[in-house]
Structures are given as C-alpha cells and as structure tokens.
Design a binder for this molecule. Structure first.
Ligand code: SF4
Length: 216
C-alpha cells in the first residue's frame, strides 16, 4: 500500500523514483523500490544479516522509517543511533562506524541522472558512504529526487541544511532565520560536499528508494 493520501502525488513519486532508479542502475548501484516505510524496513532486514555489526550516519530518514527498532528487536543495536555521553565517545563511535559490516545513511539528494549528493559537517557520513564499511545502504524518500546536481545543491543549501541546523539546535544564522548566510560559525554544518557519480569501486552498494516524503 502506498502511504501518500493523494493519488496524483503517488503517481508523481512513482514516476520520479522509476527514472532515478534506472539512472542509478546505469551508475552501477543496486536499487530497490519501496512503496512506503514498512516495505523499506522489510527490504533492509533482508539485506542485513543477524551477525552484522550495523552503524548509521546521522539521518532523520533512518529514524523515521523504524529500522532501528526493527533491528533492536532482532538483538542488533545500531552504532551511531543513540545520543553520546561525551564528545570522546561520539568521536570513537564515529570512527568505529567506518568499519561496520553495514553502514546505513540517507543522501541529501539524488539526481535524475543517478548521482548521490551529500553535505555534512564532520565527515563520518560521507566517509562511510564512500569507503570502509562492508556494505553501504542508502535510504531515501522521493522528496530528495532532483533534476540535476545544481538543483541538488540548491535544495541542500536552501532546505536541508537550515532544517537540519534547526533540528540539531545549532548556533548558526540559518537555525534562526531559515536562510543560509554562508556562515563561519563554529557549528557550521556545511563543511563537506560529496557527489557520488558512480558506485565507489570497492563498496557493495544498495539504494532503497521509498515513495514517501522522508527526512530533509
Ligand atoms: S553555511 Fe552556515 S548558515 Fe549556511 S546552511 Fe550551513 S550552517 Fe547554515
């Protein structure tokens, strides 16, 4: 069942997902389609083995779909999914996550010609999504599909970054005004830009495209 209540939005989401999926496959990614979060969780559970050490990069989408709870029910605690007690613990967990069996995260955008786009502050998510973990699984809703790299950066700068800064309660101009000021704040989250043009050479890569509005 598709969770969107409007049939026209469902139709458009499906069309965007079909187009992005075809392009991603041409760029050597393995692609799975899901009508909603429940189907995405089923797919993730089939891709992740019980013995796997799982980690995730900070992701609203991963939290929203309910995969962390589903893994916990199987006895698998996902590294990086809980608040850290100290900065040192946070750093250590982020380093260890780069060598997990499975690393899950959500890109900030995917283009209709099959490129994955990321913006972040620290580098643990972009690092894990490029090289290190045994398998990478990118999970994203249809709302992150954009027509080009240029429109992807626009989406990220004018939408994803300010909303994430607000979510994280940061002292940045965008967290107050909702608009990027290309700040020099210590808490700036826009330090690293990454575009995956093709599947990274030595990484097993699955992408789950969900016909649901998820994350930022
Ligand atoms: S550069 Fe600064 S103001 Fe702009 S989105 Fe990033 S954190 Fe916010």
């Amino acid at each position: 069942m598709n969770p969107n209540s409007d049939e026209n939005l469902n139709w458009h989401g499906e069309k965007m997902i079909e187009a992005a999926a075809e392009a991603l496959k041409k760029n050597n990614f393995t692609v799975h389609l899901a009508a909603g979060s429940a189907e995405a969780v089923e797919k993730l559970l089939s891709l992740i083995e019980i013995k796997d050490r799982v980690a995730c990069g900070g992701s609203r989408t991963i939290k929203q779909i309910g995969i962390l709870e589903a893994l916990e029910k199987r006895g698998q605690i996902t590294a990086g999914s809980r608040p850290f007690k100290t900065p040192a613990e946070s750093l250590e967990s982020r380093r260890n996550s780069l060598l997990a069996d499975v690393f899950m995260a959500s890109p900030n955008a995917v283009t209709l010609d099959g490129k994955l786009m990321f913006l972040e502050s620290i580098g643990n998510r972009t690092g894990g999504m490029a090289f290190g973990p045994g398998r990478v699984i990118a999970v994203l809703g249809f709302n992150k599909i954009v027509s080009s790299v240029e429109s992807g950066w626009e989406r990220i700068r004018f939408h994803s970054a300010p909303v994430n800064a607000k979510r994280l309660n940061l002292s940045t101009p965008c967290a107050k005004t909702g608009i990027c000021a290309d700040c020099s704040s210590e808490q700036r989250i826009c330090n690293i830009e990454m575009v995956l043009r093709k599947k990274p050479k030595h990484t097993k890569y699955d992408i789950i495209l969900i016909n649901e509005d998820l994350g930022y």
